[in-house]
Design a protein around this ligand. Sequence first.
Ligand code: M6R
Length: 357
Amino acid sequence: EKGTYPHYMLKEIDEQPLVMRKIIQTYQNEQGELTIAPEIINAMNDSDRVYIIAAGTSYHAGLVGKQFIEKIAKIPVEVHVASEFGYNMPLLSDKPLFIFISQSGETADSRAVLVSVKELGHRTLTITNVPGSTLSREADYTLLLHAGPEIAVASTKAYTAQLAVLSILAEVTAKSRNYTLGFDLVHELGIVANAMEVLCDSKELIEHISREFLSVTRNAFFIGRSVDHYVGLEGALKLKEISYIQAEGFAGGELKHGTIALIEEGTPIIALATQESVNLSIRGNVKEVVARGANPCIISMKGLEMDEDSFVIPEVHELLTPLISVIPMQLIAYYAALHRDCDVDKPRNLAKSVTVE
Ligand code: M6R
């Protein structure tokens, strides 16, 4: 039930700090250490390459998940859009592990890949919010998101839950290999949960930003570098699916290779700057588009902020910034849809779970 909330989407955005705490709690053992079923960790350790298969928002979570698994557990990862995987199946490694990320656990495109890789005898793990869902039943192993039912068509809390579970999977695998991590994930995810709360309390400011940048425009661009690029892709998907504003996410460095031709007087550019290593280069991209008339909305992280920024998110561990920076993306899209009188929870032409290929 959505209770006093006008829309499920807003309720689900607000639930993110709670979901984060639930995940930390559920994946902890009595000693307070993160834990995952040993057979899943064995499957990670037995594999020489992980293939993440997903669609839409879950695919965007996979792009960030690849960074977690490669940087923390040091296993190479490929991320594939489920519907494309079958056409040009990559040359598989000797011991592949397939991870299916799906909120609903019912996405037909992902299931088609699951069926075909099982026929080839490969191991499969589903990360889903729905126990007993098709992808969960048919895979060898399942990890649950514990996000509670997600009703709004636009996926929000499932995305951050997917990232949290993927980071835990990476961490537990790394620990089983005796890698030194240099950070305590339980502690860092706790900081993430607190930061999420701060963001959920910043709705007025974000509504104002959404009105300022998106109330009249027909299009919008999201730019970022490194993981910020992946969050930009998710921001663009959220905005287009519920507000019908044509939105695209681009890597900051790709602008000059074509997209910059689309910049006109007043074109909104939402730029993410949460990574110290690329802070100056993304700001260079912002200057390039501003010189062509763009209207820049810079969302940065505390410690990296500059005077011209529209919104500053609280500081979290640099690997975990997507769990935080996505929240202003979700809220900007929500208010843009609201201001345009769109049906926020049930956008046209879309279904919550896509059970046809
Ligand atoms: O249930 P799934 O995670 O497999 O769904 C995948 C996509 O259909 C889904 O993420 C879709 O892109 C959402 N509407 C995005 O908000």
